[in-house]
Ligand binder design. Structure first.
Ligand SMILES: O=C(O)CCC(=O)c1ccccc1C(=O)O
Ligand SMILES: [Mg+2]
Length: 381
């Protein structure tokens, strides 16, 4: 395979606005700055990634500003002008920086894209993903009352979504889920708590068990896998971990402890596609189901999610809904659309979608080009 050497990196700083606010147990999101990372290879090919962050550190500890800082001060200086034989090497090259996974993933995914393009393959082909279509679910933010939620669910079920995920928090949980289940006895339904509960809530959370949820996502603390194991022993509903899993090592420990039966893989949260694949493979070997979560990404992040979801153990519909559910106008072309609850995996090289410069310009705040590995810090070589 042909290696890549990054000649320059363009950071496209954008501000994007969701078509509707999205509320979780940790807050409401509407506007966010997204940094699109374009790596340019010495042959002139571009690869794209994005910072799947929001402006506040409420989901995890990173923000868009911290990802940009890490990229400029540490990650780009480590990677630029170095021959990269395969994108699988990048995760290791960035291990000298602790955590900061969303920042790492922004450039690691861009390198997967440029490498795949250089070798005239889609990322899916490159990683051995065989699915030609992926099943799509819809993540619904917290609504003002159960009746409003039921009408939202109706809209999305009618549209064809294959899974409905409902955000919950104390005060907006059991009666919300009960109302949805009563109206839709057969849909594939789950709840996501984004760490809103503690072990004191065991009896309360047990009240979800009768509603046949395919899982409850991240009920307990963002940094816990011990209490989740205890909770899983008490619940019949499978627990899925999101925030608590940052690596294949975290995955191994969670499986060993029995902290979950399902893992939500987010490329950003685990520091890139290579680590995502390792987690996918370990889960497959241990009969742990996986699915691809979402971070309200633009088309770039969405495209990477689609490519990854072609792997065989992604057996549960993901959160990568079509662009029109998030943006008035996305920045990629063709538009990412859903038909009968599926997205057809594009066959083009790399991420399979093109960046539409005109659409990008509408959300652009400023652009900068980095051509050297200069840094105020010592960077390993
Ligand atoms: O539609 C999507 O992209 C999924 C949205 C979502 O659930 C989410 C969005 C932002 C931060 C965290 C989460 C989550 O999965 O917990
Ligand atoms: Mg989640």
């Amino acid at each position: 395979m042909k290696s890549v050497t990054i000649k320059e990196v363009k950071l496209h700083h954008t501000n994007v606005s969701l078509i509707a606010p999205f509320t979780t147990s940790f807050g409401t999101m509407q506007n966010k700055d997204v940094c699109l990372v374009e790596v340019i290879d010495e042959s002139g090919l571009s690869g794209w990634g994005e910072t799947a962050t929001s402006n506040e550190p409420y989901y995890n500890e990173e923000t868009t500003a911290t990802t940009v800082y890490m990229l400029k001060e540490f990650l780009i200086p480590r990677l630029i002008h170095r021959e990269i034989g395969h994108p699988g090497e990048v995760h290791g090259m960035l291990e000298f920086v602790r955590r900061n996974n969303l920042a790492k993933a922004a450039i690691e995914t861009a390198i997967w894209d440029v490498f795949a393009k250089k070798n005239e393959q889609s990322i899916a082909e490159l990683i051995g993903g065989e699915k030609k279509e992926i099943e799509v679910g819809k993540s619904i933010g917290i609504q003002k009352d159960p009746a409003t939620l039921v009408e939202k669910v109706r809209e999305y079920v009618d549209e064809g979504f294959r899974k409905i995920k409902v955000k919950i928090k104390p005060g907006a949980d059991i009666d919300y889920i009960a109302a949805v289940r009563k109206e839709f006895p057969d849909i594939v339904l789950m709840a996501d708590a984004n760490s809103a509960y503690s072990l004191k809530d065991i009896e309360h959370l047990k009240q979800l068990d009768p509603y046949n949820l395919i899982m409850i996502e991240q009920p307990l603390a963002h940094d816990d896998i011990i209490d989740h194991a205890r909770l899983q022993r008490e619940l019949t509903t499978p627990i899925c971990l999101d925030e608590s899993i940052h690596s294949v090592e975290d995955t191994r420990k969670a499986i060993e402890l029995g902290s979950c039966k399902i893992i939500n893989i987010k490329i950003g949260r685990v520091g890139g596609l290579s680590e995502s694949i390792r987690i996918h493979d370990l889960c497959k070997a241990n009969d742990i189901a996986v699915w691809c979560g979402g971070m309200l990404e633009t088309g770039v992040g969405r495209a990477h999610n689609i490519q990854m979801t072609t792997l065989s153990n992604f057996t549960i519909p993901g959160d990568t809904a079509p662009s029109s559910h998030y943006w008035e106008e996305d920045i990629v072309t063709p538009e990412i659309i859903m038909e009968n609850g599926i997205i057809h995996v594009p066959t083009g090289f790399g991420i399979g979608y093109e960046i539409d410069e005109e659409k990008l310009r509408k959300v652009l705040v400023h652009r900068e080009t980095i051509r050297t590995g200069e840094s105020a810090h010592p960077i390993p070589s």
